[in-house]
Design a protein around this ligand. Structure first.
Ligand SMILES: C[S@@+](CC[C@H](N)C(=O)[O-])C[C@H]1O[C@@H](n2cnc3c(N)ncnc32)[C@H](O)[C@@H]1O
Length: 227
């Protein structure tokens, strides 16, 4: 089966973290482009595409039929992983949802901590809350990469549970492993985070703890995005 279409850079980066022949679940699938592309390009044989809302799931079903992969991709109405069987979910993608929602979805499934699962996470907002949650709950971010798609920058994290509780300082919360990544896309991600923090700091009174904390982060980010 040939590749049916191209993914945008954001979903392509998520796809690049998926293991060959894994059992994949795409949580919050909407259009289901990610599982369709992975199946059509032969990376995986089967997948589950799930969404909490019936409208997006219909959208997914239509696209799955359009690409003739309905024998290989199952659609499930599910809030997070609540209706997903653990034996169907070894690589789990959660892309395009808020970081806090992704953390909530992970928190509800104890079986994600059995050491057999890989989480591929692409938060749209509040990535810092997600990194903090992962560090404090025994999930190791084993890889993190950035990409630019359209006018926006995104981070995709590959995580595994190992039970080790990690310190997560503010700098790591905001830019994660990208601090050590000198690619153009990582530097663009860091610049975008820094831009947001420069806006955020205006809401705090000078000399307040939050102000001083953010000032230090902004200075560090200024240094690592200097030409
Ligand atoms: C912006 S779309 C992202 C689609 C796709 N994953 C992507 O990255 O392009 C977010 C999708 O997540 C779904 N969603 C929101 N909360 C969810 C939850 N608790 N469980 C499953 N899906 C959820 C929404 O219905 C929506 O279809």
């Amino acid at each position: 089966m040939g590749t049916a279409f191209n993914l945008d850079n954001r979903l392509a980066l998520c796809a690049s973290f998926v293991r060959k022949d894994t059992k994949l679940v795409d949580v919050g699938t909407d259009h289901a482009y990610l599982p369709i592309w992975l199946v059509c390009s032969g990376v995986i044989n089967t997948a589950v595409a799930c969404d909490v809302r019936s409208g997006p799931l219909e959208n997914a079903k239509n696209n799955i039929e359009f690409y003739h992969v309905q024998q290989k991709i199952k659609t499930v109405l599910s809030d997070g992983l609540d209706n997903i069987a653990p034996e169907d979910a070894y690589d789990i993608v959660m892309a395009g949802m808020g970081g806090e929602l992704i953390a909530e979805i992970i928190k509800r499934q104890q079986w994600l901590c059995d050491g057999k699962r890989r989480l591929i996470l692409q938060p749209m907002t509040r990535a810092e809350s997600l990194r903090l949650f992962l560090c404090e709950n025994g999930f190791d971010i084993i890889k993190e990469k950035a990409c630019v798609s359209g006018k926006k920058t995104y981070s995709v994290m590959l995580c595994e549970y190992d039970g080790i509780l990690r310190q997560c300082d503010k700098l790591f919360q905001y830019v994660g492993m990208l601090i050590d990544d000198y690619s153009d896309d990582a530097r663009k991600y860091i610049s975008a985070v820094n831009f947001k923090l420069k806006k955020k700091i205006r809401a705090y009174e000078k000399n307040s703890r939050e102000y001083e904390e953010l000032k230090i982060i902004i200075e560090k980010l200024n240094n690592c995005t200097k030409e």
